[in-house]
Design a protein around this ligand. Structure first.
Ligand SMILES: CC(C)(COP(=O)(O)OP(=O)(O)OC[C@H]1O[C@@H](n2cnc3c(N)ncnc32)[C@H](O)[C@@H]1OP(=O)(O)O)[C@@H](O)C(=O)NCCC(=O)NCCS
Length: 174
């Protein structure tokens, strides 16, 4: 998948202990708390991976977290699970996304989403999964994700998905 371009001076890095996590404010306390207090601990346990977008001043402009999970066959919509075995199925999870309030509205959210999907595509060629799942934190976040090809997962108000074949089509088409 193509590499996402960020504005000059901005760079993506895997989350480290010396990144200024506590200064990050997205306007969503749960998102800020995840980055400040939980993301690194989960990463150290190899439960999730977080990447930060650093601005030219060394502050965190945004971040995202990826993880893996399983969903039950019956939770997937019929067109996706038609040819899949009736059991728990592996999925990639786009678990968290946040942009610092002063950096919002400048395309960083869209770029981080594209970068995260690129990561998922690359990983999916070695460790297969059937879909990328997104857990939107609220209706506002849902509005952001619904702008792209994510579809609601039946029975889960804030859960969206992108099938592997959709992801592959995006990657091949890019
Ligand atoms: C939601 C969030 C990630 C968006 O990031 P952002 O950098 O401001 O978004 P972008 O500038 O990349 O916007 C891309 C497009 O989405 C639109 N958009 C942004 N936020 C939106 C929202 N909440 N609902 C609908 N559309 C939205 C923008 O208008 C823009 O549209 P355009 O292409 O027509 O210009 C950011 O506002 C944020 O961190 N919010 C608080 C935390 C949160 O809700 N995280 C997500 C759930 S974990």
């Amino acid at each position: 998948m193509s590499v996402v371009r960020f504005p000059t001076g901005y760079r993506i890095e895997p989350l480290r202990r010396d990144h200024p996590r506590s200064a990050f404010r997205s306007g969503q306390a749960q998102v800020d708390d995840w980055l400040a207090n939980k993301a690194l601990q989960n990463q150290d346990k190899h439960l999730s991976a977080t990447k930060v977008l650093m601005n030219p001043d060394g502050a965190i402009a945004g971040f995202y977290t990826l993880a893996t999970a399983q969903v039950d066959f019956s939770d997937l919509p019929p067109d996706l699970c038609r040819r899949l075995p009736r059991r728990q199925l592996p999925v990639a999870v786009f678990a968290w996304l946040g942009i610092h309030h002063g950096d919002q509205g400048r395309g960083h959210g869209r770029r981080l989403l594209a970068q995260a999907l690129s990561d998922c595509y690359d990983a999916g060629q070695t460790f297969p999964f059937v879909a990328v799942i997104i857990d939107a934190i609220d209706d506002d976040a849902l509005g952001f994700y619904r702008r792209w090809d994510f579809r609601p997962l039946p029975g889960h108000r804030h859960r969206l998905f992108l099938s592997w074949s959709q992801l592959r089509a995006m990657a091949v088409g890019s």
